[in-house]
Write a protein that binds this ligand. Sequence first.
Ligand SMILES: *Cc1c(COP(=O)(O)O)cnc(C)c1O
Length: 343
Amino acid sequence: MSVPQVGHLDPYFIGLMDEIQELLRYSFQTDNQLTVPISGTGSAGMEACIANLVEPGDRVVVGCNGYFGGRLAEMASRYGGEVESLTKPWGEVFALDELAGALAEHRPAILGLIHAETSTGARQPLDGVADLCRQHGCLLLVDTVTSLGGLPVRVDEWGIDAAYSGTQKCLSCPPGLGPVTFGARAAAKLEARRSRVTSWYLDLSLLLAYWGGGQRTYHHTAPISMNYGLREALRLVAEEGLEERWRRHRDSAEALWSGLGEMGLECHVAAEHRLPSLTTIRVPEGVDPGGVVKTLLAEDRIEIGGGLGELAGKVWRVGLMGYNSRRENVDRLLAALRRILGR
Ligand SMILES: *Cc1c(COP(=O)(O)O)cnc(C)c1O
């Protein structure tokens, strides 16, 4: 990212854009033509999906079992969606029959789910969800911010209509771009819109004049260095290979979970729904959660997160994402936690 920049219409940069799109398709496991990095962080990717897919009056069902489901619902309502939030205690996930019930009752145009809920550490199973959406004539929109590059995300095989992600989670890139992919059904909804996308900046039909191949025309100046960074991060994902990368995330998470168990610490999420990229640990009785976070940073230079929302003060959140998801980091954290909790 510190190498000299070229112009946003320089033939070299156009070639680099093509490479980014190809590498993003690999990471998302999709052939979707409409696969682009939105300028902005993961939330810009989220907002791009909502801004383009939701028309005023569209009913949108959102799975709210954590902080980011709430953000998705908030955005959908700001773009005129009639939002139905399905709620669940934080750390739990939605069962297929619960989603089926919600689609039958509310008949939405879009179902939005958070695949990897970073605020709770829960992985939402997606098996069968796309079929359900097709039966009910609705689109499936999935947040893959904390899953892309860390655990299986198979956009085409799973029938996901639209997905977005960010760069600084399992892709191990600085924050600043929001990869987005739209399948044929999502692209058709975009094309059939009765009203213009209210965000000019995030309007994919305008962005495609720049990213869509053919004659490239200026929309906004691409953040050049950030795109250099994403290209390199995605190149490293491809070099390692997705299967290998998913296995590495799984292995280090399992080492963490078993080490925590040996110390008598409990994970907040049931084993079958735990994310390899984000683990929530229940704070033991009598321990000051914020004090442990501060001490870990001061004495060991390890940053972990505290609980958000319903889980504030109740859990710690440990990310094992991208480059950081490795055994030596798990061992360092476990040793530090053992020492600090021992005191
Ligand atoms: C981090 C995150 C976001 C938002 O991404 P930003 O880069 O912070 O804008 C959205 N969804 C989930 C699940 C996240 O973890």
